[in-house]
Design a protein around this ligand. Sequence first.
Ligand code: NCD
Ligand code: ZN
Length: 354
Amino acid sequence: MIKLPGLIDVHVHLRDPGQTEKEDFFTGTSAAIAGGFTTVLDMPNNKIPITSIKSLKEKQKIAREKTVCDIGFYAGSLGISLEELMKMEPYVFGLKLYLNKTTGNFIIDEKKLIKIFVAWKGKKPILVHAESDMIENVIKLAKKMNKKIHICHVSTKFELKTVIKAKRHGLVVTCGVTPHHLFLSWNDTNKLGPFGMMKPKIEKGYKEFLWENLNWIDVIESDHAPHTIEEKNHPPAGGNPPFGVPGLETTLPLLLTAVSENKLSINRLIELCFENPKRIFNIKTNNNTWVEVDEKKEYIIDNKKLLTKCGWSPFNGWKVKGRVKRVFIRGIKVFEDGKLLVKSGFGEVIKPIW
Ligand code: NCD
Ligand code: ZN
């Protein structure tokens, strides 16, 4: 049995409020605990986006009643009502911006980006969904404007090389990679059809490069982005199914499997899923919050056993080695052998400590 600190996932979409047919705070945080994560940071691309203090406070109120693990939030911006940014700042762990098109309509152009960078005066990171050339642009801008940025889900050779170059030049830039970009191949996504469609998409032959350069990666973030089976199977006429795959329950077993294959060490796993997220986002953690895993236990990931409301995983049928046995939060046992032991509202809405 291995004892790990309660892990932190800095990139989840729990869909509450607004799209609770896909996930809600209870099911999403239950999935987190089942996957060994005791703190999650939730993204602002809700149906009514979290771009104002009013929508943020409403979201936090709902979260307080429903979550079972701890949760923190990010602010979003569409480049309007910029005065809202610093009203939200004390209550969030960072600002998330979308520079490429993805689920929801959040894309902002460069002019708006500059205005937002000016308006975001705090020290907390700006997280960007930026793909290919946009990464270079946003890194340049962050350097010029002296902002701390986190590049979400780097997924190609070009993108990671761009980040490495910036880090070598001493810039304050951090980056995350998702388990699906580390474990799914281009062939897998073809077989998965709509259930293998997410942003950024999985390109041919890059996962090896990501593994080889894992030393440059700061965090592993699931980008848990649940959509219903119905929506995935029945896209709107002439359109795409919604992009995104769930990940909270599969990140840790996949990584433990990689540990068993000597692809990474357990210490590096703790760095990527606990220490670095804690440091980058300045998250207060509790010494009595931990996860016990049976590192030798082999099992098959099974859609039917998942706690996420969407009820599917792109890793369904995969054999993994390493299973979450028990989870403790603030000294209280919250999960054992597949069963959640606490009720809605046990989790806390965490406050930034800076
Ligand atoms: C995310 C979603 O569904 O909210 N989808 C995705 O494919 N990653 C949006 C996002 O983070 O890009
Ligand atoms: Zn995301």
